[in-house]
Design a protein around this ligand. Structure first.
Ligand code: C5P
Length: 219
């Protein structure tokens, strides 16, 4: 069987809910799940721990290539230490976006991402799943939501009200990171011509998951 038929590539901007949707789709189909953003976040954290500047391409690429990371269910380990919460911080998200602009870093993480694919099948989420990592994926989806909705979801996740200064800060951070991801020269965030658009602004997680499963059943 052509293994590409068992790949679903889900790309989109940050805080769009694609991680939640992708992991639930993977569970429903019995596929593995790849959170590619976590690898960029781990790289940024590891560089910080090793005192390498996020713009030092050679040093960061070497660290990315030798990332001592493990995925244990929903927990993420770096050098044996649980960094699940540490990698989720907004500061590390910004660092991830910075190291993700470096071609050598992307190159260093490419095979590692492809190695997640086995006979079981894979749902991968990120920015370049459908364009670079799995260009022959059977189903490609560009999952998005308005910046305000994404900021509301992020605020809810960390227990903040969807208004006020802290909320405006979240919204501004989301917009800054979107802009950096869209404008970069390598693997920019962009809907591929063969990707189906899933705008989740007015959809629940369950509705979004169902939509993806319906599309997958149709191919
Ligand atoms: O998806 P998440 O917010 O965890 O990703 C963190 C950052 O990693 C993104 O802002 C993006 O710059 C980068 N990234 C990427 N390519 C991917 C996944 C994430 O460039 N496939």
């Amino acid at each position: 069987m052509d293994l590409n038929r068992k790949i679903i590539a889900i790309d989109g901007p940050g805080a769009s809910g694609k991680g939640t949707v992708a992991s639930r789709v993977a569970a429903a189909l019995g596929f593995d799940y790849l959170d590619s953003g976590a690898l960029y976040r781990l790289t940024a954290l590891y560089a910080q721990q090793c005192h390498a500047g996020w713009s030092d391409e050679t040093a960061v690429a070497a660290l990315a290539g030798a990332l001592p990371a493990e995925f244990d269910g929903s927990r993420i380990l770096l050098d044996g230490r649980d960094v699940t919460d540490a990698v989720r911080s907004e500061a590390i998200g910004m660092g991830a976006s910075e190291v993700a602009q470096l071609p050598k870093v992307r190159g260093a993480l490419l095979q590692r991402q492809r190695a997640f694919l086995t006979e079981k099948g894979l749902v991968g989420d990120g920015r370049d799943m459908g364009s670079v990592v799995f260009p022959d994926a059977a189903l490609k989806i560009f999952l998005t939501a308005s910046a305000r909705t994404r900021a509301e979801r992020r605020a809810k996740q960390i227990g903040l009200p969807a208004e006020g200064l802290a909320f405006e800060r979240i919204l501004a951070d989301i917009e800054t990171r979107d802009e950096a991801d869209r404008r970069r020269a390598v693997a920019p965030l962009k809907r591929q011509p063969d990707a189906l658009l899933l705008d989740t602004t007015r959809l629940t997680i369950e509705e979004s998951v169902k939509k993806v499963l319906d599309w997958y059943a149709e191919i």
